[in-house]
Design a protein around this ligand. Structure first.
Ligand SMILES: Nc1ncnc2c1ncn2[C@@H]1O[C@H](COP(=O)(O)OP(=O)(O)OP(=O)(O)O)[C@@H](O)[C@H]1O
Ligand SMILES: [Mg+2]
Length: 376
């Protein structure tokens, strides 16, 4: 029996109260709030279960097993910890130092069937037209941010969109805990590492970013921007690593840019706000917004292009697609705002001027219509 088998058996044993949902592909998240309260998410909706662990001790044993799988240890001073289950599910745990309810564990289930663009289009999370637009801008090597609230589908969408990156490019993926599954032949996946027992050996996203820049990347993909690495990403995007991508927590396209500002300022590098804004507006070219609706449905609700700063120094964000209309099923649907893409003139240079059917008018080389233009 190898190490993987041993962990698979011990983890499953210690997670017995929730094993039913670990094995159920229709369950996407398992939320354990102390030993006696367990919720699950199915089809985008949260349900309370009657399952429980015997006591905090047995929940603690499960937490230890999960931590050990990624070579992490829980000590009396551990407050929070990221790990993974042997099947690839992402786990975050918060311990009693920071939780009144006992040990809290959130398991984001690894889905064996990754959400592909076909699946997203079929389910209405994306329209064919928006998909063709995204395919084109990825092919054109435009820099993209996928923005959205927690659990709205940012990582899944990034994964699906990454499939459009040409196979001859060298892609470096940097993540806190490995979630993305890029299918290209030439992908280097880097993962952060936490400090050891003596507080040494921590490797951050920023550290890995610096490594990535020395490893001849064509594109850099950062799973999620949560701190000072935002500045590294912005600078890489403006210095020849076109087509880089990341996700970010924000409520809409404009918020995503303000959030990037805040994160970039966390890097500790002193930069006048006007200079930072100028860098952000030239780095980020496309923002894709994901949302979870009240009925649990997840979808893309906005795709915008970012252009030069306004004369007054504020961002210009032009929605190209917006979820504002209803489809035949009376559901919110993504539709073209009528605003023309700024990238039309690049199509011929990249050999992409053939084959565009649906989005032909979106990329028409007419002067962009400034509908929905907004500054902050
Ligand atoms: N378009 C979609 N349709 C149905 N389910 C989806 C869709 N997008 C994502 N999901 C499911 O929703 C859950 C959350 O997705 P994902 O991890 O991509 O979200 P996230 O925004 O990256 O979350 P976080 O903020 O925690 O990183 C997953 O179980 C995923 O399978
Ligand atoms: Mg995510």
């Amino acid at each position: 029996m190898d190490r993987e088998d041993i962990f698979r058996i011990t983890t499953r044993k210690s997670l017995r109260p929730v094993i039913e949902w670990l094995d159920d592909p229709s369950v996407s998240e398992i939320m354990i709030n102390g030993h006696s309260e367990i919720y699950i998410e199915r089809a985008g909706m949260i349900e309370k279960t009657t399952a429980r662990f015997d006591d905090e001790e047995s929940l603690g044993a499960a937490a230890r097993n999960i931590a050990q799988y990624t070579n992490k240890r829980i000590t009396p001073t551990t407050a929070r910890l990221d790990s993974r289950l042997p099947d690839g599910s992402r786990v975050h745990m918060v311990f009693p130092r920071c939780s009144r309810m006992g040990i809290c564990i959130a398991i984001r289930k690894f889905s064996r069937q990754a959400l592909t663009l076909d699946i997203l289009t079929r389910s209405g999370s994306l329209t064919m037209e928006a998909r063709e637009y995204l395919e084109t801008v990825v092919g054109l090597g435009r820099n993209m941010i996928i923005s959205g609230g927690t659990g709205t589908g940012k990582t899944s969408l990034l994964n699906a969109i990454s499939a459009m990156i040409p196979a001859n490019e060298r892609i470096i993926v940097i993540e806190d805990s490995s979630e993305l599954q890029l299918q290209q032949p030439h992908v280097v996946c880097l993962e952060t590492a936490s400090a050891d027992r003596n507080g040494e050996g921590q490797v951050t996203i920023r550290d890995l970013f610096h490594s990535a820049l020395r490893m001849r990347p064509d594109r850099i993909v950062i799973g999620e921007c949560r701190g000072g690495e935002a500045l590294d990403l912005i600078q890489a995007m403006t210095s020849g690593h076109g087509g880089s991508m990341s996700t970010l927590h924000a409520n809409n396209g404009r918020d995503a840019l303000s959030r990037l500002e805040t994160l970039a300022l966390m890097s500790g590098v002193e930069l006048p706000l006007s200079a930072l804004r100028a860098q952000i507006s030239s780095a980020i070219e496309v923002i894709v917004q994901t949302s979870r609706l009240a009925n649990g449905r997840r979808m893309v609700t906005e795709i915008s292009e970012v252009s030069q700063l306004n004369i007054n120094g504020s961002y210009t964000v032009r929605p190209i697609f917006e979820a504002s209309t209803l489809n035949q099923r009376d559901e919110l649907a993504l539709s073209w705002t009528g605003s023309v893409s700024e990238f039309g003139h690049l199509l011929a240079r990249h050999g992409l001027d053939q084959g565009l059917e649906l989005t032909h008018s979106i990329f028409s080389q007419a002067k962009p219509v400034n509908s929905g233009e907004a500054g902050i």
